[in-house]
Write a protein that binds this ligand. Structure first.
Ligand code: WT7
Length: 574
């Protein structure tokens, strides 16, 4: 093993200055006191995100900067208040009530953000769907929780399976022409908005009332509807303060789509609870557009994902030099393992650290993170957020000592924890089968300094000759080799060793596959990581199967290898 590198804390003043002290003293109850509902008992996430700021000078502060190459707009907190009030009035007029499921299936646009807040203002449950979903995926999700209303566009309407959505009473079409309104259930968003008042009496709810439903895939079966409640704001607020380190002057850009939990928890709630200015970029990924976005708005805090960083890295360092990115002061990552190689690249081209954060749809908010005030060990997800107790446990729930690989578990009870899996009590209970733990399904180990190191999903851990090997470590090493663009590693059954390590890779431009190159790559991993961690077999593919969020689908690789069916591919890119 290589010696662990350590990157010194980020320079400058941060909202969290002393992690150790905060870890000892912080209580979530102290955060509750910052919200008005601590005394009134009345709560609504949308009020805390938007309306509350309109009672201060922030009402004229820009909440949302939006551009997509065609539109270029900005909205103050007061604008957001009025627009979301209008949406709430529209829904009220249509008879939508507290607890109803209202879905959004549309590309990122200001209207999407008005809709989320408007849905919450009338106490309904918001179900955001990623615009790239195809018909089956959209139907499965909306059917599962009997969605009664949907915000979408005429174009995406082609993928809404109306005949099989009997519960759906209203479809609100954004950007519709008269001829698009072909069904009595269809309404023009613009017309309804024009008629609606900009004043609305918020529907106050209980802190434990449901707020969001995010669908997520498990390793088996149909997607699960993960239900979150308004109480999650405590965690969104405090993590955005200490992990995103959002300060009054910041211009913040979260690149995630609200169809995924990162795009709501940290693309909407966290930043706006803190009164921060947010940038939303519409359209698809392109390295040029992304750097141009940072330059255009002077983005200071940037939250993205390893897959995006790797694509930017592949676009080359020359491109970075074409833009003025000097406004950036804090970069964060989530969703999959952040390879040390990417962190090193970040240091080189941006001159600052990329901070890994670990959490899941089910956890609603960040749980294990790297903080600006804390040294970073590249490859590590960091340390538990104050108020969160994380541990590595065995299959009976016993805590394991440092460096032992096991189940990454969290003591249950953090504020943004999911409260249910829609109509699936059994699945929900599975996560909590080992009292008092929430079992994440990830495997990891903890080092002697309390840093957590991701190893893979539990099913993916490889056992070769009695040694447990995390596929991520091997993949990270493989992609450091100059010839390797992407790598996915699985355990292949072997009569002698239990499993051997098999790597699927794609090659970088300009490399040809030869026995010499294969041997070179094997030696590279052997030398860089460990002999037992080196792949015994390497197979080259043009492309590896990935989810839309960029995770290599090892389960698909495994199915290829074993000649088994690949299962549900609804989350696969392309
Ligand atoms: C799974 C959750 C909530 C953010 C978006 C993903 C993997 C997440 C990390 C990280 C290594 C990570 C885990 C986790 N994951 N963050 N920093 N390092 N792996 O949410 O789609 O619910 O996926 O993503 O395997 O269990 P999600």
């Amino acid at each position: 093993m290589e010696k662990t590198e350590i990157l010194a804390p980020s320079p400058g003043k941060h909202n969290l200055e002393n992690y150790e002290e905060a870890y000892k003293n912080f209580r979530w109850e102290d955060v509750e006191k910052e919200f008005s509902w601590y005394t009134t008992g009345k709560v609504n996430m949308a009020y805390e995100c938007v309306d509350r700021h309109c009672e201060t000078w922030r009402k004229n502060k820009v909440a949302l900067y939006y551009s997509d190459g065609v539109r270029d707009e900005k909205y103050t907190f007061q604008d957001m208040k009025f627009m979301s009030n209008k949406v709430a009035n529209v829904l009220k007029k249509l008879g939508i009530e507290k607890g109803d499921r209202v879905f959004i299936f549309m590309p990122r646009s200001p209207e999407l953000y008005f809709a989320v807040l408007g849905i919450l203002k009338i106490g309904a449950i918001c179900g955001p769907l990623f615009e790239a979903f195809m018909m089956d995926a959209v139907r499965d999700r909306m059917q599962d929780c009997d969605a009664v209303a949907l915000f979408t566009t005429p174009k995406l309407m082609e993928r809404v399976d109306l005949p099989n959505l009997p519960a759906l009473k209203h479809v609100i079409l954004v950007g519709a022409k008269d001829e698009d309104l072909t069904d009595p259930r269809f309404h023009s968003f613009e017309k309804l908005m024009e008629e609606a008042s900009r004043e609305f009496d918020i529907v106050w709810v209980d802190r434990e009332d449901p707020m969001m439903i995010h669908y997520t895939s498990g390793s088996t079966g149909k997607p699960k509807g993960v239900l979150h409640v308004h109480n999650a704001m405590i965690q969104h607020y405090q993590t955005a303060k200490w992990v995103l380190d959002l300060q009054e002057e910041d211009i913040y850009w979260c690149t995630a789509d609200p169809g995924w939990v990162t795009g709501t928890s940290y693309g909407i709630f966290g930043p706006w609870l803190n009164g921060a200015s947010s940038v939303i970029r519409g359209g698809r990924f392109s390295p040029d557009d992304w750097y141009a976005t940072i330059e255009k708005y002077g983005v200071t805090v940037w939250y993205s994902a390893p897959t995006a960083f790797r694509m930017l890295m592949a676009a080359g360092d020359e491109l970075v030099k074409k833009y003025d990115l000097s406004s950036l002061r804090h970069i964060l990552s989530v969703g999959e393992p952040l390879n040390p190689e990417v962190v090193r690249w970040g240091m080189k081209v941006f001159g600052i650290r990329i901070h890994d954060t670990w959490w899941m749809t089910e956890t609603g908010g960040q749980l294990i993170c790297n903080y600006p005030c804390m040294p970073i060990k590249p490859g590590s997800m960091g340390r538990p957020f104050p108020g969160v107790y994380a541990a590595i446990v065995d299959d009976q729930g016993n805590e394991l000592p440092p460096y032992r690989m096991g189940n990454l578990a969290i003591r249950k009870g953090w504020p943004s924890m999911m409260r249910a899996i829609w109509k699936n009590e059994e699945k929900y209970k599975e996560y909590f089968r080992l009292e008092p733990w929430y079992i994440s399904g990830d495997s990891a180990y903890k080092d002697e300094d309390g840093y957590f190191w991701f190893q893979g999903r539990v099913d993916d851990v490889i056992n070769t000759s009695g040694e447990r090997v995390g596929p991520f470590e091997v993949e990270s090493k493989l992609v450091e080799h100059p010839a390797v663009a992407e790598a996915g590693v699985i355990g292949k059954p072997d009569p002698l060793r239990g499993e051997i390590i098999k790597a699927f890779i794609s090659l970088r431009e300009g490399y040809t596959w030869t026995p010499e190159l294969e041997e070179d790559i094997k030696q590279f991993v052997k030398k860089g990581l460990a002999a037992h961690a080196a792949p015994r077999e390497i197979e080259v593919r043009d492309k590896l199967p990935k989810t839309r969020s960029g995770k290599i689908m090892r389960r698909v690789l495994k199915a290829w290898e074993l000649g088994l069916p690949t299962g549900d591919l609804s989350t696969m890119e392309d």
